[in-house]
Design a protein. Structure first.
Length: 331
């Protein structure tokens, strides 16, 4: 059986084959998904740094636009727009090819692709698919892989992995805050991760325009079905009024999901006149992916997203119809 025929379930099972691919490669890429979050970019930067410590020539690539809010991550300044021809590509925290945006050609043109992720919905597009749905973050999978390959973990690498873990567990508040996640957090701090810095930049570094945008969106929040469904929207006019960017809208969904009794929270974002993006959060028996799958989106049970090629007003009603159906009594 060749490496291409394997879909690995365990990190340790894959480590030797991945190490062989690394040893044979001259040019290696580390690719995030579009609209990269700290789990995707932190994982990519951490792995790239570890490979450089091994003497490898590595390029970290992020689909446009760059996530300016993550500029604090160690190694952010090493990101390149386009790498040279690659022998080996690692992808991080991305379940489907379309999530690579304008860099999907790197996946399609590179001979060897290692797909590192923790989404249960992962398509398995890699030659090696290192996917662990039980992991709290892709950064957790990366850490296990580095340890399995015997790679050193520097303070910079640890900080990036800590950022991945902290943010994907919502500051260790989400349901995926397992014992393993908490122990990994402690291990990473022991390796030099700057926990205070990561927390400050992740949760206490809003710009004034961002604060205004969050206030405006929160004031416009709507609730249905006795508060079980909560939603709001970000329009181009709101961005113009507050001076914020769409990248600064991500904190709004966190505010919506704090409503007591909420089962589903949805944020609608007017990305373009004919393109609407949604972020979905859920609780209890509701699965966020069930709301996003009809629109070719996905993610996790508690956090998912999708894009609709439709104006905001039309997209809103289509998505709300699906959300309302999820809250109807089951027969």
């Amino acid at each position: 059986m060749t490496v291409a025929e394997l879909h690995f379930q365990g990190v340790e099972d894959a480590a030797s084959d991945i190490r062989r691919l690394i040893d044979d490669a001259a040019e290696i890429g580390c690719l995030t998904h579009k609209e990269a979050d700290a789990d995707s970019l932190g994982s990519a930067l951490a792995f790239a740094e570890a490979l450089r410590e091994m003497g490898k020539h590595v390029h970290t690539v992020v689909p446009s636009p760059l996530p300016e809010g993550l500029r604090y991550l160690p190694g952010f300044d090493t990101i390149v727009e386009l790498p040279p021809a690659l022998d080996l590509l690692f992808t991080f925290d991305c379940a489907t090819l379309h999530r690579f945006g304008d860099r999907v050609h790197l996946v399609e043109s590179t001979a060897h692709v290692v797909n590192v992720d923790h989404h249960a919905s992962n398509d398995g597009f890699g030659e090696i698919n290192l996917v662990d749905p039980k992991a709290s973050a892709t950064g957790q999978v990366v850490y296990r892989l580095l340890r399995a390959m015997g790679c050193p973990v520097s303070a910079e690498t640890a900080t990036n992995l800590y950022a991945a873990l902290l943010t994907d567990t919502g500051g260790f508040r989400h349901e995926n805050t397992t014992e393993a996640a908490l122990r990994l957090g402690a291990d990473l701090v022991g390796l030099g991760a700057d926990a205070g810095w990561v927390a400050l930049k992740s949760y206490k570094s809003r710009s004034v325009p961002q604060l205004r945008l969050e206030g405006l969106a929160t004031a416009r929040a709507r609730s249905e079905q006795d508060g079980r469904l909560v939603w709001s929207e970000i329009t181009a006019a709101m961005l113009e009024e507050t001076g914020a960017t769409m990248q600064e809208a991500e904190g709004v969904i966190d505010q919506l999901q704090t409503v007591d009794g909420m089962k589903i929270a949805i944020l609608f974002k007017q990305a373009e006149p004919g393109l609407t993006k949604i972020s979905v959060r859920s609780r209890d028996e509701i699965d966020s992916t069930d709301i996003c799958k009809p629109f070719h989106g996905g993610g996790h049970r508690r956090a998912a997203g999708a894009e609709l090629r439709a104006p905001l007003e039309i997209a809103r009603e289509r998505v709300l119809e699906v959300a309302r159906a999820q809250l109807r009594p089951r027969t």
